[in-house]
Design a protein around this ligand. Structure first.
Ligand code: CA
Length: 387
C-alpha cells in the first residue's frame, strides 16, 4: 500500500455573530481537514489546529512540504513517517505551524491504519478504559458589549449549558481584572453552588494579575484556571500553582515531547491539556500522554475543530489509562464547543451528535466504534465550505 496523494481542505463560513476570547474577536469559523489517499482505495482523514490565515498557511506546509516527503511511502509506517518529516523540518520549526500541519497528516495515517485493521483507533492503542466519557460544554465567549450586559449574558448562558445536560462548563475571561471576577461570579450564580465550572484566560495576564483573578476563582470554587499566563512563562505557571488553591491548567500551545518535557518538569500544571491536532498528531500525543502520566499529571485533552477532531479525541480519551487508578478514579472529560459550528453533525456521514447524546444521558457521549477515527466526512458537504 502506498500514499498516492495528500490534500488539505480549508473550510470556512461567516459566523452569525462575532465571538471573542482574550486575544481577539473573530467573525469566521474555519476548519482544516487533511485527506490522505492510498493505492488501495483506503482514505484517511485528519485535522490541523489553527483557524483562518493560519489554516491557509498550514495547507501550504501540508501540501508543499510534507506531501513530497511521504508520497509513495507505506501509510501504515506512521511512526517512521512522523520522524522522517520531523527530522527534515526540525531546522525550520520544532513548534507551531509545522507541527500543526504534521498533526493532521499523522491523524489521517492513524485513520488509514484503523480502516485497514478494521478497528477503531482506541483498539489499535490498546483498548478502551471507558465506554463513554463525560462532556463539558464551553461557551460564554467575549463580545463587544458592556461588561454588565456581558455578566448577565454569561449567567444565562451558563445556566443554559447546565440545563442542556453538560457535565461542567467553561467560560472565557479577559476583560480586565475586576470585570473578569464579576463574570466568574455571574457564572457561579448561573449554575448554582454544586456545579463544576472552569475559566479560560487564553494567557492574557501577568503573574501578579493572575494571582488576583485566581484567588477569586478559588473562592468561587472554580475547578480550573486555564492558561492564566503566557505559555512561555514557566516561572509564572510554577508560582501560580504553588500559591493558588484553584487548579492550574494549560498546555494547548505546547508541542511535541520535548516542549512537554519542559513544562512538566517545571511542575506548573495541575491539569495538562495537550492538543492532538497541534502537538504532532496521535503518534506524538501518545508520547506526551506517557510523559504527563510519568509526572502524575492528569490529562484533559484540549479539543477544537470539526467532528474529525472531536472523534479523534474520543478515541484518545477512551484509550487513556486512569491516573493513578482506583475504584472511583477521576475521569477525563471531552471538551466541546457549544457555539455555532457547521463543521459538526452535518459534515460527516455518521454524525457524532454530541449535544443530543449529552441531553439524553445527562452529560455523556459514547466512544465511536467504527474503524479508524470513527467518522467519515461527506465530500459534497466539504465542497460547499472549501475556500
Ligand atoms: Ca483554552
Amino acid at each position: 500500500m502506498k500514499i498516492t496523494d495528500v490534500i488539505s481542505h480549508v473550510l470556512q463560513y461567516d459566523l452569525p455573530e462575532e465571538l471573542g476570547y482574550s486575544q481577539q474577536y473573530y467573525a469566521r469559523r474555519s476548519a482544516h481537514l487533511v485527506e490522505v489517499l492510498t493505492s488501495e482505495g483506503v482514505t484517511g482523514w485528519g485535522e490541523c489546529f489553527g483557524p483562518g490565515p493560519i489554516a491557509i498557511a498550514n495547507k501550504g506546509i501540508v501540501e508543499g512540504v510534507i506531501k513530497p516527503m511521504i508520497l509513495g511511502a507505506d501509510p501504515l509506517d506512521r511512526d517512521v513517517l512522523w520522524h522522517h518529516v520531523y527530522n527534515l523540518t526540525r531546522d525550520h520549526g520544532q513548534k507551531g505551524m509545522p507541527l500543526q500541519a504534521l498533526s493532521g497528516v499523522d491523524i489521517a495515517l492513524w485513520d488509514i491504519s484503523g480502516k485497514v485493521a478494521g478497528l477503531p483507533i482506541h483498539k489499535l492503542i490498546g483498548g478502551a478504559h471507558r465506554e463513554r466519557v463525560a462532556v463539558y460544554g464551553y461557551g460564554m465567549m467575549l463580545r463587544r458589549e458592556d461588561p454588565a450586559a456581558m455578566a448577565s449574558r454569561f449567567e444565562e448562558e451558563a445556566a443554559a449549558i447546565k440545563d442542556a445536560g453538560f457535565a461542567a462548563t467553561k467560560m472565557k475571561i479577559g476583560l480586565g481584572l475586576k470585570h473578569d471576577v464579576a463574570l466568574a461570579e455571574a457564572v457561579r450564580r448561573g449554575v448554582g453552588d454544586d456545579y463544576t465550572f472552569m475559566a479560560d484566560a487564553n494567557h492574557c495576564y501577568t503573574t501578579a494579575d493572575a494571582f488576583y483573578v485566581g484567588r477569586a476563582l478559588g473562592e468561587l470554587g472554580a475547578y480550573w484556571f486555564e492558561e492564566p499566563v503566557a505559555p512561555e512563562d514557566l516561572d509564572g505557571y510554577r508560582e501560580l500553582r504553588r500559591g493558588l488553591t484553584v487548579n492550574i491548567a494549560g498546555g494547548e500551545a505546547e508541542f511535541n515531547r520535548w516542549g512537554w518535557r519542559s513544562i512538566l518538569e517545571n511542575r506548573g500544571l495541575d491539569i495538562a491539556q495537550p492538543e492532538v491536532c497541534a502537538l504532532g498528531g496521535i503518534s506524538e500525543y501518545l508520547r506526551v500522554l506517557a510523559l504527563c502520566h510519568a509526572h502524575f499529571t492528569p490529562v484533559i485533552n484540549h479539543v477544537w475543530g470539526s467532528d474529525v477532531a472531536v472523534s479523534a479525541n474520543l478515541q484518545l480519551l477512551a484509550a487513556m489509562p486512569p491516573l493513578p487508578g482506583g475504584l472511583f478514579p477521576t475521569e477525563p472529560m471531552l471538551e466541546f464547543d457549544t457555539t455555532h459550528n457547521y463543521f459538526r453533525n452535518d459534515m460527516c456521514k455518521e454524525p457524532l451528535r454530541i449535544a443530543e447524546q449529552v441531553k439524553a444521558t445527562g452529560g455523556f457521549v459514547d466512544i465511536p466504534k467504527r474503524p479508524g477515527i470513527g467518522v467519515e466526512p461527506d465530500p459534497d458537504y466539504i465542497k460547499r465550505f472549501r475556500i
